[in-house]
Design a protein around this ligand. Structure first.
Ligand SMILES: C[S@@+](CC[C@H](N)C(=O)[O-])C[C@H]1O[C@@H](n2cnc3c(N)ncnc32)[C@H](O)[C@@H]1O
Length: 276
């Protein structure tokens, strides 16, 4: 649909948008401390727009941004999709931070983007009233990324695209003996390995839940170290859940990963609610 340079040019053309969302200062220049975020948003938008291109939506496309913060990503995507491509879209942004949700509402008002809704909630507790097509999350803190994945699967979203922030959960768990202990006995390697293992567990959980999964980089690691995108696409007519590979990986490293609890506990709650 658009590459990074084209997205950057579109955003620079619309000074008002990037100024309103807080990426650009009054001098017309991207704020120094927002340059990394600006690049991450451009890189993530490029990947999301590629997915939208393949969907060719014939109905309103519903996005759910989990841990949206100030919703830079949704504001940018909304502008490009609706103003540049005439695509009918609705955006939901969810965050636990009251002030940030208020800020999103103020920005929305200033930009007159009427197709956006912001909700103060934990991602896992949010129940949308419409069916969601694409779940996105940029740097949702640690387990908040897992909430986005669990929620996306529970909502049967067609696409779940998350760029994780930190991967702290399994770091202390992999100190116990496992087949690669001779690697993880070194602190720095354990740290790096825990990051890989966490994203592998997330990807295996999505695979086992009926998604095709790709891992991509949204920007060069020189621009941002937190640049890995887990991009999952629901495989049509795949309804059975086979988490054997996920559990095997988890068992190999003696880990107990929060995503599985988030998913199974909340799925159970959902079905109890449905059965009354
Ligand atoms: C690092 S910020 C990222 C914000 C935004 N996505 C961005 O890239 O600028 C993480 C956000 O996650 C929110 N958060 C943390 N736990 C959450 C949860 N369980 N559900 C929803 N939001 C959560 C925080 O309030 C914070 O705004």
């Amino acid at each position: 649909m658009l590459n990074k340079i084209e997205i950057k040019n579109i955003l620079k053309e619309n000074n008002n948008l990037i100024k309103e969302i807080g990426l650009q200062g009054n001098d017309g220049i991207i704020k120094k401390d927002m340059e990394k975020k600006f690049n991450e948003i451009i890189g993530f938008s490029e990947k999301i727009l590629n997915v939208v291109k393949k969907i060719k939506p014939n109905k309103k496309l519903v996005f759910l941004e989990c841990s949206c913060g100030k919703s830079y990503l949704s504001f940018v995507l909304n502008y490009i999709l609706t103003s540049k491509f005439g695509i009918n879209a609705i955006f939901y942004g969810v965050d636990t931070n009251h002030e940030l949700i208020q800020k999103c509402e103020e920005t929305q008002l200033a930009l007159q983007f009427t197709n956006m809704n912001f909700i103060e909630a934990r991602t896992i507790d949010f129940v949308p009233i419409v069916s969601v097509d694409i779940v996105i999350a940029l740097h949702a803190c640690d387990t908040a990324t897992d909430e986005a994945i669990a929620k996306g699967i529970m909502l049967d979203a067609k696409h779940i695209m998350v760029v994780p922030c930190c991967q702290g959960q399994v770091r202390s768990q992999i100190k116990k003996p496992h087949p690669l202990s001779s690697i993880t006995q070194f602190g720095l390697l354990r740290y790096k390995f825990a990051n890989l293992l966490t994203d592998a567990l997330r990807s295996q959980f999505l695979l086992g839940s009926g998604y095709f999964v790709e891992l991509l980089e949204i920007v060069s690691p020189k621009l941002s170290p937190k640049n890995i995108l887990i991009s999952a696409r629901k495989i049509k007519n795949r309804h059975n859940r086979t988490l054997d590979d996920y559990f095997e990986l988890s068992k190999m490293f003696n880990t107990h990963f929060g995503l599985q609890d988030l998913f199974f506990e909340n799925q159970m709650k959902d079905s109890l609610l449905k059965t009354g």
